[in-house]
Design a protein around this ligand. Structure first.
Ligand SMILES: [Zn+2]
Length: 286
């Protein structure tokens, strides 16, 4: 079963967007406004060539962001000054899938980890696929819209997502999960905190758990040293979720694959799990 990693452009964010002080989201986001230094974050998307059909995890960024009128007028100053968008059309998920011989129409399922703009803005690529959200995430984004860091008004009209309610089937420390494949080798688990409906995708293969983490932390270093990102909705919940991931990593070999980690593609290639001692040490900084 092949797993493809695609880099869909990158996102320049303030340093304090990546690492923020403050217990509340408002305090953290306010501190970002005062910061002048930027860093680049990659935006990864994955495709699993599963025997039951291709599964894509998130859609990444759209090159339409380069159009001057893309962002809603009143919010445009915020989206144009607080972030730097770097993507060309050939870097979009659709073009990259075609580049490895996968037609977007042949994708069976697109699992959305969470609705943030950089994970959902290319949803239009997949009119024939089932689009999977957690029910909580979809309800929240349709209610809070751009305050949820998403623009559902730009989503395609055909979008009728399949909304997931988890079942009481435990996976390691996660009490609930949802099986996506008949084979039982792909599951979603709720990983709230970054958004309250956030989910991660687990693929079990050759005794390893590949953990497609979304934004449970921006990278592995943040998971291990307790770095908190500014946009996370509830930092206590972020840490509760990270605790489960770290507990899991001590029970079984877990290859941690966050969306914005520069090393995520190499880590997948090397099939390199989190070291158990590193996971144990990281629990103490939560
Ligand atoms: Zn996010």
């Amino acid at each position: 079963m092949r797993i493809h990693t695609f880099s869909t452009g990158s996102l320049g964010v303030k340093n304090r967007y990546y690492a923020a002080n403050g217990r509340t989201r408002l305090a953290r986001l306010t501190s970002v406004l005062l910061d002048g230094r930027f860093r680049e974050l990659p935006i990864f998307v994955w495709a699993i060539e599963h025997p039951e059909g291709v599964i894509v995890i998130d859609t990444g960024l759209t090159a339409r962001v380069n159009q001057p009128g893309y962002f809603p007028l009143l919010q445009r100053p915020y989206w144009r000054t607080q972030y730097r968008w770097h993507i060309q059309p050939q870097q979009e998920i659709g073009a990259q899938l075609r580049g490895v011989g996968i037609a977007p129409e042949d994708v069976r399922s697109v699992i959305i980890t969470h609705a943030h703009f950089d994970h959902t803005s290319a949803l239009y690529t997949f009119p024939r696929s089932e689009i999977i959200f957690s029910r909580k995430e979809y309800n929240d984004v349709t209610r809070f819209r751009s305050a949820h860091f998403a623009f559902p008004s730009k989503w395609p009209r055909w979008l009728k997502p399949r909304l997931i309610d988890y079942v009481p089937e435990a996976v390691g420390p996660f009490e609930q999960s949802y099986p996506l494949t008949q084979a039982g080798d792909v599951r979603m688990v709720p990983t709230p905190g970054h958004t309250m409906g956030h989910q991660s995708v687990l693929l079990f293969q050759d005794g390893l758990t590949f953990f497609f983490a979304g934004d449970t932390s921006f990278d592995l270093a943040s998971l291990l040293d307790g770095t908190r990102d500014a946009p996370s909705f509830n930092s206590n919940e972020v840490y509760r979720t990270r605790r489960k991931i770290l507990d899991y990593a001590q029970q079984a070999p877990l290859v941690y694959l966050p969306t914005h980690d520069h090393d995520t593609a190499a880590r997948l290639d090397r099939r390199e799990p989190i070291r158990q001692e590193a996971a144990a040490a990281a629990v103490s900084v939560l």
